[in-house]
Design a protein around this ligand. Structure first.
Ligand SMILES: [Zn+2]
Ligand SMILES: [Zn+2]
Length: 152
């Protein structure tokens, strides 16, 4: 019986705590907090790519050539836009232009940019792309993220 009373008191106290903390509980979690990287591994020597473990428990794995293709720098953005326009205008007689053989791009090195991004030096000499974690989360190549971010 004494135990029961004790439990009852504890429960009551918890109720009070919940009430006083209500505003905090109902606040939406800011998106950048959920997407915070907890562990970032850039596997340059093995050439495996970048692995990021996020604060919401998700783990993203990016091959280096995938990141190279999605380089967010102004130059590559221009290039991608030009290619998209070319495709849209049906240039080249409608036939798909065969991609030139290129060796798979790897990374020569990488460094952190503040605490918001990483910069990768690619084996083709390109190094101007700064990959913010926010951007990286959006381009996560896994199926679940593809549905969430690229469905539209
Ligand atoms: Zn670039
Ligand atoms: Zn993902």
């Amino acid at each position: 019986m004494a135990d029961l009373q004790y439990l009852e008191r504890r429960r009551a106290r918890r109720r009070v705590n919940q009430r006083s903390a209500r505003i905090e509980i109902e606040m939406p979690i800011p998106i950048d907090v959920r997407k915070k990287p907890m562990d970032v591994k850039v596997r340059v020597t093995t050439g495996e790519g970048v692995e990021i473990a996020w604060s919401d428990g998700h783990v993203s794995r990016y091959p280096f050539d995938y990141l190279r293709d999605l380089c967010p720098c102004a130059l590559c953005n221009d290039e991608r836009e030009k290619n998209a326009r070319l495709k849209a205008s049906g240039g080249g007689g409608g036939a798909a232009v065969l991609p030139m053989f290129k060796p798979k791009v790897k990374a020569k090195g990488a460094n952190a940019v503040g605490n918001y991004a990483i910069q990768i030096q690619f084996s083709d000499g390109h190094a101007t792309g700064i990959y913010s974690y926010e951007h990286l989360r959006e381009i996560c190549p896994c199926e679940a993220c593809g549905k969430e971010f690229r469905a539209k």
